[in-house]
Each structure stands twice: as structure tokens, then as C-alpha cells.
Write a new protein. Structure first.
Lengths: 288, 288
């Protein structure tokens, strides 16, 4: 039985440069700083080791992929164990001859607790999200990982638009869903009003997962200008009624330290049993 | 082929009194007024013919039920045909010995286009939504109805909290989802802040259905104090990116007249193909 119901999340909203080693080093510094401030589960943005290379289709970027476990998890595992923190790290994975947009969960003793591979892959090069060129859709399904501090689910970026993913993680027992993300404004050809409308929709859909499933949602985005995209940050945590309890700005690096009382999950679900009151016999067409 | 892509919705946010005949008469007046102002599809709140009797469990209220088609649809069909409007009317249905919380869709020629029976029934008497005492869960599934002016889906109140329902209607081709609703603040025992948080969540979850499915959502609520509940109105229409394009206040009767350009659906879905990019082979646990 867990000793306490509160858990402290750390969200690292960071800008990512050309050099993977520099990005890793920056991430490690921010992890240590957040851990020292009391963070217990720390999440990094999608593919934080590199620029968001999916803005173009270029074979050279396949060289960025690595195995899991592998060189990055080795370094991250060490800091997880040293600081006794759970880490969620989005990595470009190569497994045999196949490439995935993956997220690894490292437990607070540094062990690999589990792996998730992005299910929904955007095929949208015209808007600079040309991920189908690089990534095979995930084959591991949506999961929940029982870490030292909480049961957590992990979706990656585009997954956040699909209520099915959040629901599946909730059904697996997730108390907190993390979405490492890389999403931003288009710097040319899209009016500011549309970019802002998209940012609002991105917040709304993720808040809705918290509401529909009575759990916490933590979304962590990169920030800063890279080629055609100006990543909008705006990382946030929503409580089980969908209220944003912490949020970062849209223009600069920022780390969020957010205390979540997991007892709120039971309290909310006793009034709003949307996970247990589902009528799955009426849903068969969802999978046909 | 449809002649035009725009359709004008009419939402009747009304207070409902003790007397069904008076409620029907009021509704007819409001329907005619909206039709004369150009409304083509008009929706009424959940169970608008009576007070929201599910605040208590009392057998006498079964007497309110009627058949569909039946006395109310007869009157409503006439006005639908006369004014050439599609009507969405939530009625307490008795079919053989079974009672449903239903919504009937009347086409603009007055014919019964289809019927939906509320799928998700709240069993929450402590919060004054004791519907399980009255209603059998719907047996017709989530549908889309091809009316003269648009393909529409209809969910009823509590259905709005379940993303599965909205998704199923979208998969059936709905361009607009209507949610006739009866939801409000508890007048005793719940702090204002919690009531307001619930109202915000109610708006957010419905906006999210518009985003996840790239379609219009129209939510029409009753308003006014009835026993333990102060129905909060706040009826609104969201566009396919989840932006609220029209909304009513939370304290008084109000009719909304809202023009929707259905061409926005294709435009949004070409950038955000969340309905077609689903990976249903990964969703099997949703129905297990």
C-alpha cells in the first residue's frame, strides 16, 4: 500500500538545440534541480534530445535513433536512481530495423519500468509534422505503469487528440497521464488567430481527458523557434475535474513543480463515475 | 446533393414548470419565433415537458411518459411541417412496459426521422440525478440522422460526459451533435466554487467532442430553480475546432440563433483527421 496520496510532478518545458549531448546535459541539470526541489515524477518533452526533425523528410535523421535500453536510458537511469525520481523520457527508438517514437518510464530506482510507443503518428508534412516518414505506429498498446509514486500512463503528442488513448490508459489504472509533446505555431502562412485557436483546442482536448477519466493529466511541451514551427510551450497539469492547476508560459523555458493529491481521483469518481459507468456493449462500432 | 453548406440552428434554453401543457405551449411559441427568424434545426432541453422529476424517486411521475409517436410528437410534427424546421425533442418515452429517456428527431416535413434513447443513465440520487429509477438504458445505439438540413447526432445529457458516444455519432456521419440537457448547481451543500468547476467541466468536455471529431456541438440546457437544482442554462454551440461561437447566459430563458457553415468540417478534418486516423486495431480493450 502506498504511504501517501500526494505526489509531486516536475515538468520540464525546454528548448531543444542541434546537439543531442547538449540537450541531454541540459535535461539532466533540470531534472536534478527539480528533484532537489521535491519533484518525484519528472517528464521531458517529446524527442527532447534533438530538434523536431520531422519538419522535413531526410534520411540523415534516422542516425539519431537509439535502442532502449541504450545510451540515453543509461545516463537517465543513473540520475533517476541517484535522485530517487521517476523519469518519463521521449526517445527516438530503433528496435531491430524498425523505428518508433517512444517514451520510456524509468522507476525511482533507475530500472526501466516500461516502454510506450506512439500509437497515432501524424502524416502531415504540409504542416511540418511529417512523422510517418520516420516512425512505425506503436505496437505495445496504451498502458499504465505502476511506479514508486503513482500509476502513470504515457501518450505521446498526437495521441493527445484521441480520447480512445486516454480512456485505455484509465482502464489500465492510470492515475496520471503524461503527454510529452512537440507542438507549435506555424511561423508563416497561418494567421495568429488560427494558431491561437489551435493552442486553445490543444489545451481543451487534454483537459477533457482528465474530466472523462477522473485523473490528472500532465502535458509537457518544448518551446522556442525551430525552422517553420514556433513551439508554444504552455505545459500544464489538469486535475481530475479538468481544472488547470499549474501552467507554463508560451515563450520560454520553464520548469513546473506541481503537487497532486491522488485522493482527489476517488473523490471525483464517486460523483462522476464516467470510467465505470461506461456501456461497453454499446461501443462495438468503435473497433469495427 | 445538399444545396448549401450553411445551416441555422435554434437552441431553446427554457425554464420548465409543473404543467406539461404549458411547457409544450411555451416551446411551440419559441419554436415558431425561432423559425420565423430563420432557424432550420431547433432543439429543446432534456425532458422539457415537465420539471426535472428525477430529483426524487416517485412512481407518480411514470404517468408523464408517452409513446413515440404519440400526443407530443403529433403536435410537434405539425409545427415542424408548417415551419419547415427539423425539431429535436427530448421526451419521456413509454414503449410497451419499458420507459426510456428519449429524443425524437422530426424532419422538416413533420415525419419522425428517428429516435434515440439515452444510453448513459445517471444513478445518482444523492446529487438529485436519480434517473435509474425511471429509465432503462437505451437500446438503439448512437446514431446519425440525415435530416433535410444536416446529418445530426443526438445524445442526451449524461451521454455528454462519455467521449465514446460522440465518437460513435461522428463515425455514423454526424455533422452536428445535439445534447438536450438538464444540469444545474446544487442549491445546498455544495460550495459555489465546486458548482462553477462542474459547469466549466461540462463546457470543456462538450467542446472536446467537437475537437476530437471535427464537427459542431450544440448543447441546450434548461434554466431556473427546481427544488434542489438551479439549472445553469449556458447553452452553447461549438465549432469543429471547439471554439464556442454562441452561448446563452446561466440565469434566464434565452433562444440562440446560430449559423454554422458545414464546409468548416471538411476544412478542419483535412488538417486534423482525428476521425479517420484512428487506430481501431489498438482499441479492442474499449469494448472488453
Amino acid at each position: 500500500m502506498r504511504k501517501k496520496s500526494s505526489v509531486t510532478l516536475g515538468l520540464i518545458q525546454m528548448a531543444c538545440g542541434e546537439e543531442p549531448r547538449a540537450n541531454l546535459s541540459k535535461a539532466l541539470d533540470k531534472i536534478k534541480e527539480l528533484a532537489d526541489r521535491g519533484a518525484e515524477i519528472i517528464a521531458l518533452p517529446e524527442l527532447f534530445l534533438s530538434r523536431y526533425f520531422c519538419q522535413e523528410e531526410n534520411k540523415k535523421f534516422f542516425d539519431l535513433a537509439e535502442s532502449i535500453p541504450g545510451p540515453s536510458t543509461e545516463v537517465l537511469s543513473k540520475v533517476a536512481a541517484e535522485k530517487k525520481v521517476v523519469l518519463i523520457a521521449s526517445l527516438f527508438e530503433k528496435k531491430d530495423q524498425t523505428y518508433y517514437n517512444s517514451a520510456v518510464v524509468l522507476d525511482a530506482d533507475g530500472t526501466v519500468k516500461g516502454l510506450y510507443r506512439k500509437t497515432h503518428i501524424p502524416d502531415d508534412l504540409k504542416n511540418y509534422y511529417g512523422e510517418k516518414f520516420y516512425f512505425t505506429p506503436g505496437d505495445l498498446g496504451f498502458k499504465s505503469f505502476e511506479t514508486r509514486y503513482a500509476k502513470i500512463g504515457v501518450g505521446v503528442c498526437w495521441d493527445q487528440w484521441f480520447p480512445e488513448g486516454a480512456r485505455l490508459m484509465a482502464l489500465e489504472g492510470a492515475e496520471i497521464i503524461f503527454y510529452p509533446t512537440a507542438i507549435g505555431r506555424q511561423v508563416k502562412g497561418v494567421p495568429d488567430s488560427l494558431n491561437e485557436k489551435e493552442r486553445n483546442a490543444w489545451i481543451t482536448i487534454q483537459k477533457s481527458h482528465a474530466i472523462a477519466n477522473g485523473l490528472f493529466v500532465a502535458s509537457v511541451n518544448r518551446v522556442g523557434l525551430e525552422d517553420h514551427l514556433d513551439f508554444w510551450g504552455s505545459s500544464f497539469v489538469a486535475d481530475p475535474m479538468g481544472e488547470v492547476i499549474a501552467s507554463a508560459g508560451d515563450r520560454k523555458e520553464e520548469s513546473l513543480l506541481v503537487s497532486c493529491d491522488l485522493a482527489e481521483i476517488d473523490a471525483v469518481r464517486q460523483d462522476w463515475p464516467f470510467v465505470t459507468a461506461r456501456r461497453k456493449e454499446a461501443y462495438s462500432k468503435l473497433v469495427r
